[in-house]
Design a protein around this ligand. Structure first.
Ligand code: SF4
Ligand code: SF4
Length: 175
């Protein structure tokens, strides 16, 4: 909308993209995607996305909340379940593994693999690796791709509150 207004005002002009340029860009993107998938397969093989591996890595956690505060998907702020003493005992470092499990339950299905929870973790815990591994599992099982279709509710949303069908009927498990 801002772009259209700028064109209309004569501040900028636009033209159709160059076909050759689009073709070259497409090829480069495909190479990057392939390289990314290869790197991901290598990282998964090295670190192992299994829960046991994550528990071991998470035992370094100092509960700084960096992964939560910098996640573009997390939105509960002060109501975050990780701050509820009945779920995660206060004053204990490393925190109970429930701290990470809460994030898995609330975020994994919508993780867009931005990498912030790993990049900004002072203890070098590869959070996004495990989170994205979980998201890929959801994608394989239910065909749910976060951010692709904004008309669909997130898998973990309260669909009843949003007056849509319960997610169990929207996202059928694939055989
Ligand atoms: S990688 Fe996923 S869980 Fe981590 S900060 Fe980004 S969206 Fe959040
Ligand atoms: S950023 Fe790292 S150290 Fe901080 S709470 Fe998250 S996992 Fe723990």
């Amino acid at each position: 909308m801002l772009f259209d207004a700028a064109v209309k005002a004569g501040a900028i002009s636009s033209s159709a993209p160059d076909a050759k340029g689009l073709e070259i860009r497409g090829k480069i993107e495909n190479v990057m995607i392939k390289m990314g998938k290869n790197a991901q397969a290598k990282q998964f093989a090295e670190a192992g996305p299994g829960l046991g591996n994550y528990m071991e890595a998470a035992s370094r956690c100092i509960k700084c909340y960096g992964c939560i505060e910098n996640c573009p998907i997390c939105s509960c702020s002060e109501n975050c379940s990780t701050k509820k003493p009945e779920l995660v005992r206060p004053g204990i470092v490393p925190p109970d593994f429930m701290f990470q499990m809460i994030r898995f339950a609330h975020i994994a299905n919508s993780c867009i693999n931005c990498g912030q929870c790993s990049e900004l973790c002072p203890m070098d815990i590869p959070n996004s690796l495990y989170m994205h591994a979980q998201q890929l599992e959801y994608e394989r099982m239910f065909g749910y791709k976060p951010g692709y279709d904004m008309t669909l509710p997130a898998m973990s949303c309260d669909c009843t509150a949003k007056k849509t069908e319960p997610h169990t009927t929207i996202y059928q498990r694939r055989r």
